[in-house]
Design a protein around this ligand. Structure first.
Ligand SMILES: [Fe+2]
Ligand SMILES: [Fe+2]
Length: 263
């Protein structure tokens, strides 16, 4: 049988080794926690590191490019139409109803701005305009003048119909831009390395071109909805026959959008 001091020494060794294990475990944990921190820091550094100038974006697919061209073509035609509708309304109503003059002028000015913006985009992106541009001009001016001749309420009902359709149309475009342009690859400009979305700050994950287009469309959508509110405030619903008038104009607008996207 082993002497008692043997078991005492054995016991001492056991306690020491357990303490050592604990120490190593703690150190191990500390080092793995340190490496975890390092990974987090690295990610944070990577996220900070990238901005618009040191990344490059992969090319869009053919369908994405075609969609953007269609957006510019149809929106340019639509804003041209809106510009001419207000031109027609202003021509008939401004002198007859002085209190409406600044209201119509404000909405018309915004449409001129929308129209000019899409004209510029069309030139920059070399998108061919709708082939039916002369028809859009004449048709829109005709709608503006004829509704205004029926009465100021009918002109406002026309604005309600047009802005309802255009507001919905812009929202539809925004949905596609948010959902169908997330797969465009982003690369480190220097190394050419493909970057993960998680490593990029949010505003760098999509190209400035797409970001600007989205913010432009949402700004214009808000302006159109403001025009809709203005028209309701100025007795659009008192137009007779309100429903027939607005539904027919909505139908015409939807038809024009469908055509301008294609022709
Ligand atoms: Fe507009
Ligand atoms: Fe508008």
């Amino acid at each position: 049988m082993a002497p008692a001091w043997h078991s005492m020494i054995y016991h001492e060794i056991l306690i020491h080794s357990q303490a050592m294990d604990k120490l190593l475990l703690r150190r191990g944990f500390a080092s793995s926690s340190r490496s975890l921190h390092k990974t987090v820091d690295k990610k944070a550094a990577a996220a900070k590191k990238y901005h618009g100038d040191n990344v490059k974006y992969g090319s869009l697919s053919r369908a994405q490019r075609a969609f953007l061209d269609r957006v510019v073509r149809v929106d340019q035609a639509g804003e041209l139409g809106a510009d001419y509708i207000y031109f027609g309304q202003y021509t008939v109503l401004a002198s007859k109803y002085p209190h409406l003059k600044p209201v119509l002028q404000h909405m018309w000015d915004q449409e001129i701005h929308h129209h000019n913006t899409f004209n510029k985009l069309q030139t920059e992106r070399r998108v061919r305009p709708s082939l039916l541009t002369p028809l859009w001009k004449a048709g829109a001016f005709g709608i503006g003048v004829s509704t205004a001749l029926i009465g100021k309420e009918a002109a406002m009902a026309c604005t309600v119909a047009v802005e309802t359709v255009i507001g919905g149309h812009y929202n539809q475009q925004l949905r596609v831009l948010m959902n169908q342009f997330n797969d465009v690859p982003v690369y480190d400009k220097e190394t050419g390395e493909k970057l993960k979305e998680a490593d990029l700050p949010r505003d760098v994950a999509t190209s400035s071109e797409l970001r600007e287009l989205k913010s432009l469309i949402s700004q214009f959508r808000d302006d159109e909805l403001e025009h809709l509110d203005t028209a309701i405030e100025h007795d659009a619903e008192k137009a007779v026959p309100y429903l027939l008038l607005t539904e027919v104009i909505k139908l015409v607008c939807r038809g024009a959008i469908w055509t301008a996207e294609r022709v």
